[in-house]
Design a protein. Sequence first.
Length: 512
Amino acid sequence: MTSRTAPTPEPLLIEARVLTPDGASLRHTDNAVACVEGRIVAVGTLEDCARALRADHRRIVAPGAYVLPGFIDAHLHVLAAAMAEAGVDCSPRAVSSIPEILDLIARAAAERPPGSWVRAPGYEETMLAERRHPTRAELDAAAPDHPVRLTHRSGHAEVLNSRALALAGIDESVPEPPGAAFGRSLEDGRLDGLLLDMADRVEAAMPRPDRAAVTAAVGAWARARLAEGVTTLVDAGPRNSLSEWETLAGLAADGTLPQRLVVMEGADHLGELPEQAAGGRARRGEVKVQPHALEGDVVGVEDLAAVVRAGAGAGRRVAVHAPTVESVRGALDAFRAAGDPHGHRIEHAPLLPRDLVEAIAEAGVAVVAQPGLLTEVAARYEQLLSPAERERLHPWRDAIDAGVTLAFSSDAPVSRSGPLAASAAASSERPGTLAPRQAIEPFEAIAAWTSGAAAVCALDDRGRVEPGRGADLVVVEGPLDTDPAGCRVVATVVAGEVLYEAPGVGSAGPRD
């Protein structure tokens, strides 16, 4: 692992309205922040903060903007997100029909040597004109000489063409693995190329991208996140082992990932990851449990409770993947059966009946959700959920009122909305067809990316703009209290170092 020695950041003075989101209120009695050696040393008037610094300090001058705690993306997948951005974009923002997908794949294949893989991430069948998955035969016609992997937006489904199926060793004689499924043609019952929850097998058949390609993709992706104000990335891979840790920590150490990094530990690899690396820029996070990703067929409450007990016995919080009402109930039951449920996490939890909201609050369990999906895939929710289910979709108003600790995230590459756009989706731009009464205030949404996320991820040195905290900050201008999506990030600061500035920002180097 090549380590980059981070330079000591120059003293920094930010002139902007100081805001730590606190419920629905706006508190900005202070108008400056001073940072020294990666920490906040003063918050107050411009004069007070200037006195806390030596004469030769750097300034960001944005008196009409807000300075907030840096955004913490509490659940994402770094490598998958970066490689998805480097692939053939088949997301709803790029395509609206199967012919458009096929055209993009054909164009990509024409630019590659025969036999090389075409990776095409992000499709969402409910938002295609045909309202169905593409088929193996269609992909064969688009790229007959290349294996093609067309990945669903959720990451839990994909469509392969015949060459890719053959390389993955999947044919009519292969039985469905536990927890997975094959799509079949309604006409003849043969494999149609659709695979559900078989990513591991497919990836094992694909050549690993070379290090230079990975580094370039991750670097570009991380820089884009800086422009969105994201200062901490929490990788939530359910299979994260020492190997994944070394890859991610290495990218942090050499500066490819400039943000702070938290890496969850897969439940089957408990105890493998060190506590930190890269000079503290990479930390070990919670134990991640995705029941069907565990070794063996572990799905029952008692089995899950045993995993939670093992994590808690090692002094660790546990995060359970729970995308359905039943899985949320199972996770909550397992937390209780394992002992004290307080502080553990439920990931996703899109549908929550009122009794579950109250039970989660009573147990002291946190919820980590993905608000950007409310606007990104609203059509999917409208098509697949009943009116009664839509009324209980992401009931964050009820959750906050009940006292649930809420953190927001992207689950990238699943959602591609940055924190400001996603905060609008949870508040001012929540679709009127999807439980509009569950909309929260913009500052409550921002809090779920800052103070709430810091609490859920046990990042006690982040999440608030206070002396002594780490100087992870974002400067935002625009109508933050009414329209977060209409705001822009002016500057992003990680550990006191200005890593992003928008064009035209009023700033200055060392002053004397």
